[in-house]
Every structure is written in C-alpha cells, then in structure tokens.
Design a binder for this molecule. Structure first.
Ligand SMILES: NC(=O)c1ccc[n+]([C@@H]2O[C@H](COP(=O)([O-])OP(=O)(O)OC[C@H]3O[C@@H](n4cnc5c(N)ncnc54)[C@H](O)[C@@H]3O)[C@@H](O)[C@H]2O)c1
Length: 327
C-alpha cells in the first residue's frame, strides 16, 4: 500500500543538517516531493555530503529562513513543512542571545507567517527540545512538566512552540511540536563540541583522545537514535493532534558514563577521564532526564527501536567510512 506521504509536497528547513537530511532520505524513499532549504552556516550541521545520494531526487535551495520573500515562495503549494533550521547550541545561545532570538524566534515566526499566507492548510512539524523543561523536578518527564528553561536556547525553543500554538489557536493552522532529547547518529556534525555530545565523543575516541566526564558521570540522559527520531516525525505527520507538543525518548535509563563507555567500546580506542564539575555549571545542569512518551504512544504505533549500544555501533561504522566528509 502507498504511504500517506507519497507524492506530497514537502519542505524541510535546515534540510542539509543532521535531522533534516535523515528525514529527507526517508521521505524520498516514500515517494514524496522533497524541497530543502538550508543556509549552510559554517559552524552548524549543514553538509551537502548528507544529501549526496538523494541530491538528484530533491530540490535544494541555499538560503535563510529569515528571508521572508524566499520563505513565501518556498512554502507555496506545500502540504507539509518540517521546520528544523535554527541555532542549535545552548552554549552559543548564552554568548549570542540576539542571534539565537533571530534564528529560533524570528526565524520560526517567519516560517509560520509564510505558511499562514501561502499554504494555510499545510501541516507544520517543529523540532523543539527537551531543554524547554529546564530543571527536572520528576522523572519520567511528561509534557505537563513545568517549563522553566535554563538556557536562552531553551527559552527560544519554547517561544517557537508557543508561536506554533498561537497560529493553531488563532488561525486554525496545523502545527505539531516534538521535544527531542539528546539525538545521535550518522550525519551529525563533528566539527566542535558545542552541540551533539555523542558525536563529539565519537570523534575524540576515534582520535584516541581522553573523553572528559564531569563528576562521576551518573547523570541520566535520554539518547535517541536518528532513525527513531525520523520515524516519530513521520508518525506525527500523519497522526499528531493539531496544536500539541509530544515528547520522544528511549525509555532507557542511561548515565552519561554509560554512554561514554559505549562509545569507547564501539570505537575501540579513547579513554575516560573524570574531572570535577566546572564552576557555575549547575546553572545549566537540568538533572536526570528521561522522557515519558505515553502521549505519542497513545496515538501512534511509534516505539523506539534502536538501543544505545546498537546506535553507537552504526554511528561509528558510518564515521569510520566517511570521516573525511565531517572532520
Ligand atoms: N535536544 C535538543 O536540544 C535538540 C536536539 C536535536 C535537535 N534539536 C532541534 O532540531 C533541529 C535540527 O537540528 P540538527 O541536529 O539537525 O542540527 P544541524 O545543525 O545538523 O541542522 C540545522 C540546519 O539548519 C541550518 N540553518 C541554521 N540556521 C538557518 C537559517 N537561518 N536558515 C536556513 N537554514 C539554517 C544549518 O545550516 C543546518 O544545516 C534544530 O531546530 C534543533 O534545535 C533540538
């Protein structure tokens, strides 16, 4: 049977990055007509190699989501818009709050305004973050947990969600937001450590370097493999309820130290080095995070499929083959 997204007209902002290119590949395989917009900003994850094997099957445009005229022309006639473009480093968001506001706030608003006027019936899927929750009070974390972000990035991601809900409430637009935990997998940028801690550690291990762990590494995180993230977006494109936000996550209780050990084991080199917590770090530390995913599971058949060990194995294999495209 044909997939519901076959022949649909789709735009992915930030589509040359990690999430966007991984989703694009799956959509092309399902028979969708995929357009990609990416600004290819040097420090972010945009990489044309991510699109190498689908380049002839997608329409690729280099440009900025803040270019309203371009956004209007790109969303015209689209059935689905995945809005992934943005500033992705919570560390940079502290040093460059206005840049973060522009990209994650105004950028999202520009996309929504373009859809409102040019494609008001399109479904918009927004990539939000677990960082909207801030300090974790109880685990597992459900969507009703208080949102008190500890970073400018988290504040502006929450702003993006609120914009989406405003457009649903006021104009009846069809928006859905996903709160993504720590993502990892092939096609993630490996240039620096400001984003994607798993990616950076894989690189450190492949270079035989020490991987530094703050404290005893007992903080729990929810590391979600890219294929599971893509599948969640596809399921919620079809079944997500208008104006809602959904958590996704693994159910695996994995500590930071477990993740580092898995990386070292799969790479076969590198070593773990525990160091004291940096001063003032607690201002950003959310505490243990594990998502309650019962909301998405109640309306879809989505379930995470890839264990941390298996995901890291696939990731290491990818970078061993394609290292020169990412270093
Ligand atoms: N837990 C989290 O905090 C979390 C985790 C993963 C992803 N996310 C969100 O998912 C989305 C995708 O993340 P990713 O991991 O694929 O990052 P990525 O850096 O690999 O991809 C983002 C892409 O957006 C592009 N981009 C940035 N600003 C742009 C602009 N103004 N106009 C056009 N393109 C622009 C970049 O060039 C890059 O290719 C982001 O919105 C990110 O905030 C959040």
């Amino acid at each position: 049977m044909d997939h519901a997204l076959k022949s649909k007209n789709i735009l992915i902002t930030g589509g040359a990055g990690f999430l966007g290119s991984s989703l694009a590949r799956k959509l092309v395989a399902l028979g969708a007509n995929v357009s990609i917009l990416d600004a290819m900003l040097p420090l972010y994850g945009g990489n044309l190699f991510n699109l190498d094997d689908i380049r002839d099957s997608v329409t690729y445009v280099q440009g900025d989501i803040l270019d309203a005229d371009l956004m209007h022309s790109l969303v015209r006639g689209k059935d689905v818009v995945y809005h992934f473009a943005g500033q992705v480093s919570y560390i940079d968001s502290k040093e460059k709050p206005f840049l973060d506001l522009d990209m994650n706030g105004k950028g999202c608003l520009t996309v929504l305004e373009a859809v409102r006027t040019e494609a008001p019936h399109a479904r918009i899927l927004f990539s939000s973050s677990r960082l909207v929750y801030g300090k974790i009070l109880t685990t597992p974390v459900s969507e009703t947990h208080p949102t008190q972000p500890l970073s400018m990035y988290g504040i502006h991601k929450l702003l993006g969600e609120k914009y989406c809900q405003y457009y649903t409430h006021t104009f009846g637009m069809d928006t859905v937001s996903l709160r993504i935990p720590n993502p990892y997998g092939p096609r993630q940028q490996m240039k620096h450590n400001k984003y994607s801690i798993v990616g950076w550690f894989v690189r450190q291990a492949m270079e035989g370097k020490a991987i530094t762990v703050y404290g005893d590494g007992s903080q729990e995180r929810d590391y979600l493999y890219i294929d599971d993230i893509v599948d969640a977006f596809l399921e919620l494109t079809q079944h997500g309820k208008r104006g809602e936000v959904y958590n996704i996550g693994t159910h695996e209780r994995v500590t930071f130290g477990d993740m580092v050990d898995a990386v070292i084991h799969e790479v076969g080199s590198g070593e773990r080095k525990n160091i004291p917590w940096p001063e003032h770090y607690e201002k950003n530390e959310t505490g243990n995070y594990i998502a309650d995913t019962s909301k998405i599971e109640a309306i879809t058949s989505w379930r995470p499929q890839v264990s941390l060990k298996e995901g890291i194995r696939r990731m290491v294999e990818y970078y061993k083959t394609n290292k020169k495209q990412y270093w």
